[in-house]
Design a protein around this ligand. Structure first.
Ligand code: SAM
Length: 285
């Protein structure tokens, strides 16, 4: 039975271990049972699943996950939390706690060891300071993943979902939408955490595509173009890509835009994922 999903249960355990919050690790612990239930239900965790939890904290969500999953791997960077997790998770025999930095862990090796390299579900209330590197790391390392269900900063969740022509549209939107179908499950108030974060939060589920939604011959090259386009988003595509030092001449870009029947002064922020894929296939050829 989960025991920490309230302010009372959380403060009791924090006091018992005289725990000091580390701002540098983005520690905001969930204290709202309703939201915890929403995350785990939204992630559709069931008894066949192996779940990777990034940053279990004192184990609040880990208890919810352990109740439903076959196995939970929880990777926590803060060594002060390890004895607390030993205590709060003592009645579960299906949880493995690893004291490490998620950005340094070989996740593919963990998936092999605990799930025979079959797709896992990632569920986390993420440390907001490294949201993007964590998600991009999971996608780019080709970790076998069914879905990623995460609490992140509301603005970042919005950026993941939008399409061309909006101010929030950028490299992150394109990367997330290339690998997965994003869907916001809930918006969450700062009152649901201790300490309260100074930004709004959202729970988003990224359902991994089995096959990319666009045909691109070389995705690494396409993302080079995307990064070049958004590094200088106020410039035209011809200038941003042409000046990026990736060996593509302005003439070649103009030719490609003409072939695609796009305006020569178009900016990257107007191109859809499909158009970036097409541009990439033309320029690479
Ligand atoms: N899951 C807990 C909850 O919902 O109450 C805690 C969430 S808190 C927002 C983020 C957690 O990630 C903290 O426990 C923090 O120590 C941990 N963390 C921060 N950076 C990390 C990293 N690089 N690798 C693994 N864990 C990290």
């Amino acid at each position: 039975m989960p025991t920490l999903d309230s302010i009372k249960g959380t403060v009791e355990i924090l006091d018992k271990y005289r725990f000091n919050f580390q701002k540098r690790f983005g520690q905001n612990f969930l204290i709202d049972a309703h939201i915890l239930d929403k995350i785990v239900t939204g992630a559709d965790v069931n008894e066949n699943d192996c779940v990777l939890e990034i940053g279990p904290g004192i184990g609040t969500m880990t208890q919810y996950l352990a109740e439903r999953a076959r196995h939970v791997i929880a990777v926590e960077i803060d060594k002060a939390l390890i004895p607390i997790l030993g205590d709060t998770l003592s009645s579960y025999d299906n949880v493995t706690v690893i004291n490490d930095d998620i950005l340094k862990v070989d996740i593919n090796a963990l998936v092999k060891e605990y799930n025979d390299s079959k797709p896992i579900k990632v569920v986390a209330n993420l440390p907001y300071y490294i949201t993007t590197p964590i998600i991009m790391g999971l996608f780019e390392a080709d970790v076998p993943i069914d879905s990623i269900t995460i609490m992140i900063q509301k603005e970042v969740a919005d950026r993941m979902q939008v399409g061309p022509g909006t101010k929030d549209y950028g490299a992150l939107s394109l990367a997330v939408q290339f690998y997965s179908k994003p869907e916001v499950i809930a918006y969450v108030s700062p009152d649901c955490f201790i300490p309260k974060p100074n930004v709004g939060s959202a729970v988003i589920r990224l359902k991994r595509y089995a096959k990319a939604p666009v045909d691109v011959n070389n995705k690494d090259f396409m993302f080079k173009l995307v990064r070049a386009a958004f590094n200088q988003r106020r410039k035209t595509l011809v200038n941003s890509i042409g000046n990026a030092g990736i060996g593509i001449s302005k003439e070649k870009i103009l030719e490609a835009l003409n072939q695609m029947e796009l305006n020569e002064s178009i900016r990257g922020e107007k191109l859809s994922l499909e158009e970036f894929a097409r541009l990439s296939n033309i320029l690479e050829g």
